[in-house]
Design a protein around this ligand. Structure first.
Ligand SMILES: [Zn+2]
Length: 149
């Protein structure tokens, strides 16, 4: 009895895991220089990285892969459960923009990143699920995975 229940459970896990694993990969993220997710819809590109303190660090990156100044640029992130989203605001820190707040508890929250490359630029909006789990196929977290696993 117990054995068959376990077997069913493991079958469910095997079937369900790839569905979840592939949910983030409709658009394959590009590698950022610090191991984050590179948002290429904006010029210069912006790397979205979650720090060990669960803050978000956004580094603007030139075509040569080197960081560029944050002057005049702004980022706003909305994440968390849809019923109670958290807004992250950013301040300049060490040549990048660092969120003043930490990410809400939990994982795989729908996330909206709004970036203005300059004060009068049209905002660029990027949406993805922020999956912080480690990818099985590369060394990156799922939100920054580039292996398409
Ligand atoms: Zn991967």
């Amino acid at each position: 009895m117990q054995t068959s229940a376990l077997r069913i459970l493991s079958i469910i896990t095997l079937v369900a895991a790839p569905l979840f694993a592939h949910g983030d990969h409709d658009q394959k993220p590009v590698a950022g220089p610090n191991g984050g997710r590179l948002i290429t819809a904006v010029e210069p590109h912006a790397e979205f990285l979650v720090t060990p303190e669960r803050k978000v660090r956004v580094t603007f990156v030139g075509d040569d892969g080197k960081p560029v100044a944050t002057v005049g640029r702004s980022v706003k992130v909305t994440t968390g459960q849809r019923s109670a989203p958290t807004t992250l605001t950013f301040v300049e820190s060490d040549g990048a923009l660092l969120s003043e707040q930490t990410l809400p508890e939990g994982n795989n929250h729908p996330t909206v990143v709004v970036i203005r490359a300059s004060a009068d630029a049209k905002p660029v909006v990027e949406r993805f699920n922020l999956n912080l789990a480690d990818c099985g196929g590369c060394d990156r977290p799922e939100y920054a995975c580039t292996c398409g696993h």
